[in-house]
Design a protein around this ligand. Structure first.
Ligand code: URA
Length: 249
């Protein structure tokens, strides 16, 4: 088994947004850092950085935040932007404030438009992020689209053709699967992540997307009991499900 990396406690806490080295040293001196039930006054101690650390290390009486390598599943609400720096409401606003100072930073795994809702992953694990968004992996993204006009019947063939070229692009889209749900609602499964892809696909078919919701990535579905704006940390099994085939909706 791979050995866990070690880190000085003050360096680890600094990279997790708890404060500067000197602030953490001060906290250690007043009993604010507790490891395995005992005060840790020397915060320069090196410890293995293992996922169970939050159950062993307390900061100011609270369990340590999840250690680096965390993956968050958010039910993205309407009107929030997937950006670190734009004006207005950002998806990062729903996370604890301290997490903005984490290094490596937490980023969204791809983006959803401001007006798109549903399953959004965020992580500080750059390798995992790139594996999920890599076009080579073909991770299926499943969207439910509400349309301005009824489907005409030609859309499934057009989207499955592998020949549809979006406006302003040259490379055709990979085949995508459309399942009508009602005259003005459809589920669309795509394996790419081009800019505004689903909205532009329906525009190419002469329609307009009024509402868009991501239900699933690979074999990972948005949990039904997770309200908009709420998030949870993902387990290794749930992360692995992203790389599995989507099962029936
Ligand atoms: N396609 C879009 O058009 N918008 C999204 O947010 C995601 C996919």
């Amino acid at each position: 088994m791979k050995k866990a990396p070690t880190s000085r406690v003050d360096k680890l806490l600094g990279s997790m947004g708890y404060g500067s080295r000197s602030e953490i040293a001060r906290l250690g001196k007043v009993g604010g850092v507790v490891l395995d039930g005992a005060d840790l006054t020397d915060v320069s101690k090196r410890i293995p950085v293992t996922p169970d650390l939050p159950s062993r290390l307390e900061i100011d009486g609270e369990p340590l935040d999840p250690v680096p390598g965390l993956v968050i599943l958010l039910n993205k609400p309407l009107g929030m932007t997937c950006s670190h720096k734009e004006d207005g409401a950002l998806v990062y606003d729903v996370l604890p404030d301290r997490w903005r100072r984490r290094d490596p930073a937490i980023s969204t795994v791809g983006r959803l438009d401001k007006q798109t809702t549903g399953l959004l992953l965020l992580t500080d694990d750059g390798d995992l992020l790139h594996r999920i968004i890599s076009p080579k992996r073909h991770v299926a993204k499943v969207y439910r689209a509400t349309l301005a006009r009824p489907l005409e019947g030609h859309e499934a063939t057009l989207f499955a053709s592998g020949a549809l070229v979006l406006e302003g692009e040259e490379k055709p889209l990979a085949p995508a699967v459309l399942e009508p749900i009602s005259p003005t609602e459809a589920r669309l499964t795509v394996t790419e992540g081009r800019y505004h892809q689903v909205r532009r696909m329906f525009a190419a078919a002469g329609n307009h997307v009024d509402a868009l919701h991501r239900e699933r990535m690979g074999g990972l579905a948005l949990p039904e009991d997770l309200p908009p704006g709420q998030w949870r940390l993902m387990t290794p099994d749930q992360i692995a499900a992203v790389f599995a085939e989507p099962s029936a909706p």
